[in-house]
Unconditional design. Structure first.
Ligand code: NAP
Length: 303
């Protein structure tokens, strides 16, 4: 069994930054990623609030982070962690490919998309139902779509789709958006259509999506013809591994950490969206740096 000082689970912004710090501190470290490095960061169409870049896409930033991280650590993509068990002096990590030993663990698995849970959503996933405008928007150029949700993601992705030449309407279940004011103003400036106080009740189609059933808050239903639906209604932390380790979670199922990113289990740390908080890329990076430094300090003091 290959042995490491620190194993980091998840190669999003938190995991990659933790890896950069761990590697530069001299810890033998490995980052395990179930798919490709970058996490949900890859799907951010553009950011105007990441210091140092007036405007940058998540894809560009995450590629840079990955290249930088690989100078300092071992990164294994397409290798999902299936279980972590506490053993003497550390942890045994079982992945889809092999087992590892680590003295400390940093959990940085991020979050997964929240689903609408309506009829047709599963059936048409990839056939008109999408959770990522950055990935799939181009397929809907000159076509008609709705995007569901009233948060930053929904509005940001609506702007991205509009810029691509997609005919996009935002559908939100309330009277007002919760997104930041500057995004709301952009939506108005661009005359992007909105339907408030309405929820999607069903997604219909044949081979691909053809329409949705919307219901307003008075119970009135209407069917509108569309070619696609983007779901941007937030996300849920990926906490299955944490639950198995009896790590303490808050009411939103996010891992509880202290200011040093320590969980309630010694030598297990958590960083990024999985630990809740502001859910911004810059914060995930900051927490990754703190988690790696805490792990390094704790391991140094242990010996
Ligand atoms: P979010 O802020 O949680 O917003 C989710 C939206 O979806 C809300 O408007 C919510 O409605 C709606 N919603 C939830 N469940 C729904 C359902 N079952 N049916 C219909 N609508 C539903 O999620 P997010 O936009 O993905 O953002 C997540 C975090 O990332 C936030 O902290 C956000 O600030 C951050 N973020 C920041 C930026 C940035 O550039 N600053 C960009 C993207 C994301 P209600 O309003 O009724 O709750």
């Amino acid at each position: 069994m290959k042995s490491y000082d620190i194993i980091i689970v998840g190669a999003g912004p938190a995991g990659l930054t933790a890896g950069i710090y761990a590697g530069r501190q001299g810890s033998k470290s490995l980052v395990l990623e179930k798919s490709v490095a970058g996490g949900l960061g890859l799907e951010i169409p553009s950011m105007e609030n990441y210091p140092g870049f007036e405007i940058v896409s998540g894809l560009v930033l995450m590629r840079k982070m990955k290249l930088q991280a690989q100078k300092f650590l071992e990164l294994r993509e397409n290798e999902a962690v299936e279980n972590i068990v506490k053993i003497e002096n550390g942890f045994e990590i079982s992945t889809t490919k092999r087992k590892y030993f680590a003295k400390a663990i940093i959990l940085a698995m991020g979050k997964k998309y929240r689903k609408l849970g309506v009829d047709g959503e599963k059936k048409f996933a990839g056939l008109g139902v999408s959770y990522c405008a950055t990935c799939d928007g181009i397929f809907f150029k000159d076509k008609k779509v709705i995007i569901v949700g009233g948060g930053n993601s929904s509005l940001q992705e609506a702007i991205f789709l509009d810029n691509l030449g997609v005919d996009v309407t935002i559908v939100h279940r309330r009277e007002n958006f919760r997104a930041e004011q500057y995004l709301q103003e952009k939506i108005k400036d661009k005359n992007i259509k909105t339907i408030f106080n309405s929820e999607v009740k069903e997604i219909k189609g044949d081979k691909t999506v053809k329409s949705v059933v919307l219901e307003d808050n008075k119970g009135n239903q209407k069917i509108i013809g569309i070619d696609g639906i983007f779901v941007a209604i937030g996300s849920l932390p990926v906490i299955e591994l944490a639950k198995n380790l009896n790590i303490e979670l808050n009411n939103d199922n996010q891992i509880i950490t202290n200011k040093k990113q320590k969980t309630n289990i010694p030598f297990i740390y958590a960083a990024g969206d999985i630990a809740g908080g502001l859910q911004q890329l810059i914060v995930a990076c900051g927490e990754g740096a703190i988690a790696a430094t805490s792990a390094y300090n704790d391991l140094e003091n242990k010996d």
